[in-house]
Design a protein around this ligand. Sequence first.
Ligand SMILES: Nc1ncnc2c1ncn2[C@@H]1O[C@H](COP(=O)(O)OP(=O)(O)OP(=O)(O)O)[C@@H](O)[C@H]1O
Ligand SMILES: Nc1nc2c(ncn2[C@@H]2O[C@H](COP(=O)(O)O)[C@@H](O)[C@H]2O)c(=O)[nH]1
Length: 215
Amino acid sequence: MPDSVHSSATLARRGLLFILSSPSGAGKTTISRMLLEADDEIRLSVSATTRPPRPGEVDGVHYHFVSDADFDRMVEEDDFYEWAPVFGHRYGTPKGHIRNALKEGQDFLFDIDWQGTQQLYQKDQQDVVRVFILPPSIDELRRRLESRATDAADVIDSRMERARAEISHWDAYDYVVINDDVQACFAKVSQILAAERMKRQRQTGLIPFVRELMS
Ligand SMILES: Nc1ncnc2c1ncn2[C@@H]1O[C@H](COP(=O)(O)OP(=O)(O)OP(=O)(O)O)[C@@H](O)[C@H]1O
Ligand SMILES: Nc1nc2c(ncn2[C@@H]2O[C@H](COP(=O)(O)O)[C@@H](O)[C@H]2O)c(=O)[nH]1
């Protein structure tokens, strides 16, 4: 490969905050896990939650499962970028070391709701990319929640009741993708991520590179 091609392919860039939201059961966790597996440059922002773990969920990997008292303390100590009550529990994004890592080109993936998306966007418009996942139909949404078999019937009912309210926020997102076929949806979300990484303002290495080209 010629030097010029090689160096342009490895230009420094700023990381981004890639948000996936959807009504419960539309598939954002599924798509998130596929992205994390396929792409080394993006890391999950692990939220804290007061909800109990589902079977198979691991503390510190899928969520930080905390008590109400711990969550209160984190709020008081200003540990969150954003937090919100969702489905009777509280969820929040710990600040961690996101700001410094962004400068180094690390991307972060957020599986958060519309309230958290609004708060993150207000704090950091330039780095945030907002993607909303829609189910192909309301019947299919219920079918997915039931087939996931992780929630009791009353929990599924309450999530279905909230679905229309969640969907009403679709137009506060930069991209909207219908998750009918999971592979097709994953491909579209991956394309969005790839295009956003290429945005001129994120490619911090472009100025010295172009200067060199023109010298
Ligand atoms: N395109 C698809 N076709 C069929 N089933 C799907 C598809 N996408 C996801 N699923 C299944 O639907 C169920 C719900 O998906 P998932 O847990 O990813 O939803 P979610 O949006 O993250 O929900 P929540 O907000 O409750 O965490 C899972 O059992 C998943 O395997
Ligand atoms: N505002 C935030 N919303 C969050 C966060 N982490 C998860 N979520 C959202 O909560 C619901 C329910 O999630 P579940 O895992 O219990 O099914 C879902 O919409 C998530 O996107 C967060 O840190 N902040």
